[in-house]
Write a protein that binds this ligand. Structure first.
Ligand SMILES: Cc1ncc(COP(=O)(O)O)c(C=O)c1O
Length: 369
C-alpha cells in the first residue's frame, strides 16, 4: 500500500515551498468569530465534555438531516451517523463491505482507495470523463458487482461534475440490479453556479451519502457524516463504536451552536463560493499565462484544476519542482495502475494570487531545466 503522497508532502515541505498539493481550504475564510461564539456556548455546559452517544448528538443529527430536507431529500435524524471526518465514514463503510468487489472511478481519491485496499475490497475502475463516469462500462460491471464508490460533485482529483443524464443512468443501474452506491460529497456545497441533486436522492435506500464540514467550515473539527437507510445506520454505528466510541463531543457541540443560526451558515457558504470562484479564475488565468502547455477544463466548483502537460512525466517533474520550492500532486498517485502520467492536480483554494504567480513560474523553470 502506498502512503498518501499528499500527506507525506505535507509533512516534509518547509515554509518557503508554495504548495498546490493539499485539498486545503483558505484559512482567511474560516468563520473564526462565529466559531468562537459557538465554542463559548459549548463550553458553558460541563456535560458537553462528557462521553456521549456513538451515533452523534441528536440536535446536530437533526440539523444535518434538515440540510437534506430543505433540498427535498426526505431525511430523519435516524438516517444520520456522525463520523470523525468523512474519512472515518469511508473506513466504517469499507469495514461493512469488506472483502467485496467495488467499482471506483478512474482516477479516484487516494484516501478511499487505501481504505478499500486495507479492508480487502477488490477494486474495478471505470474511466471518469468531465461529465461523469462512463455509464456503459459502469452498467456492465455494476450488474454483478452491485457496489460503487463515486464522487459526482467536483471530484477529487479531477474536478469533474456528473451531468443530470449520467446521474439518472447510474441511479437506473442501481434500481435495476439492487446493491449500493457510496456517494462521497465533501465538495458539493462549493459549486460556482448551481447545486445538482445528489444521486442518493434518487435512490434513498440504496445509497450511503457522505458529507463533511472539512471543506466548508474547518477540517480541524473532524466532523463528517453518513446518510443512509435506518437499518444500515444501525449496523454502521456498531462498527463505529469499536473504533472510537464517538466522534469528538465538543466539536459536535460547537457545530451544533454554530448551526443554530442557519442563515449565518448559508451566508458563509455563499461568501466561500464567490471567493473560491474568484480564486479559480485567478488560477486558470495564471495557468494560461505562465504554463501555456497545460491543458485543462475550467472547474465548475470544488478546489482543484486537473489537466495534462502532454509528454511530460509529472512525477519526475515534481521532484525537480521540490528543489524549486513548489509542489503539486502528480496524477499517477490517483490511478490504481498507471506508474507514469502526464496529468497534474492543482489546488487553487489555499494559495494567494502572488503565490499562484510565483509558484507557476517556478514550475515553468523546473519544466525548462
Ligand atoms: C473525496 C474526499 N473524500 C473524503 C475526504 C476526507 O475528508 P474529511 O475526513 O476531512 O471529511 C477528502 C479529503 O480531502 C476527499 O477529497
Amino acid at each position: 500500500m502506498k502512503r498518501s503522497f499528499i500527506r507525506e508532502i505535507l509533512e516534509s515541505i518547509d515554509s518557503e515551498t508554495i504548495s498546490f498539493a493539499g485539498g486545503l481550504p483558505d484559512e482567511k475564510l474560516f468563520p473564526i468569530e462565529a466559531l468562537k461564539k459557538a465554542s463559548e456556548k459549548a463550553f458553558e455546559n460541563p456535560q458537553n465534555l462528557q462521553y456521549t452517544v456513538s451515533n452523534g448528538i441528536p440536535s446536530l443529527r437533526e440539523k444535518i438531516a434538515d440540510f437534506y430536507n430543505k433540498e427535498g431529500f426526505e431525511t430523519k435524524a435516524s438516517n444520520i451517523l456522525i463520523t470523525t471526518g468523512s474519512q472515518q465514514g469511508l473506513f466504517i463503510i469499507a469495514k461493512y463491505f469488506q472483502n467485496r468487489k467495488i467499482i471506483v472511478e478512474e482516477p479516484s481519491y487516494l484516501g478511499a482507495v487505501n481504505v478499500f485496499r486495507m479492508n480487502g475490497l477488490e477494486m474495478r475502475s471505470v474511466p471518469l470523463a468531465y461529465d461523469g463516469i462512463e455509464t456503459g462500462p459502469f452498467e456492465e460491471l455494476y450488474s454483478h458487482i452491485k457496489l460503487a464508490y463515486l464522487i459526482p460533485d467536483f471530484q477529487n482529483p479531477k474536478g469533474s461534475l456528473y451531468s443530470s443524464e449520467k446521474r439518472l443512468e447510474v441511479a437506473k443501474s442501481v434500481l435495476k440490479h439492487g446493491g449500493y452506491i457510496i456517494e462521497d460529497a465533501p465538495y458539493s456545497e462549493l459549486y460556482f453556479d448551481q447545486k445538482m441533486p445528489s444521486i442518493s436522492s434518487l435512490i434513498p435506500d440504496n445509497s450511503l451519502h457522505l458529507g463533511s464540514f472539512s471543506k466548508t467550515l474547518s477540517p480541524s473539527l473532524r466532523i463528517g457524516w453518513i446518510r443512509a437507510n435506518e437499518e444500515m445506520i444501525k449496523m454502521l454505528t456498531t462498527i463505529k463504536e469499536t473504533i472510537d466510541l464517538h466522534s469528538c463531543g465538543i466539536s459536535q457541540y460547537i457545530l451544533d451552536h454554530y448551526l443554530e443560526d442557519a442563515s449565518s451558515y448559508e451566508n458563509h457558504l455563499a461568501a466561500l463560493r464567490s471567493a473560491y470562484k474568484a480564486k479559480m479564475h485567478i488560477f486558470t488565468k495564471a495557468l494560461q499565462e505562465n504554463l501555456k502547455e497545460f491543458q485543462f477544463e475550467t472547474p465548475k466548483g470544488g478546489m482543484f484544476v486537473f489537466g495534462s502537460l502532454p509528454g511530460v512525466d509529472t512525477f519526475a517533474l515534481v521532484q525537480k519542482c521540490l528543489k524549486e520550492k513548489v509542489v503539486y500532486v502528480p496524477a499517477n498517485q490517483f490511478y490504481l495502475d498507471k506508474p507514469i502520467s502526464d496529468e497534474i492536480r492543482f489546488n487553487f483554494t489555499y494559495t494567494s494570487p502572488d503565490e499562484v504567480e510565483e509558484g507557476l513560474q517556478r514550475i515553468k523553470k523546473a519544466l525548462m531545466a
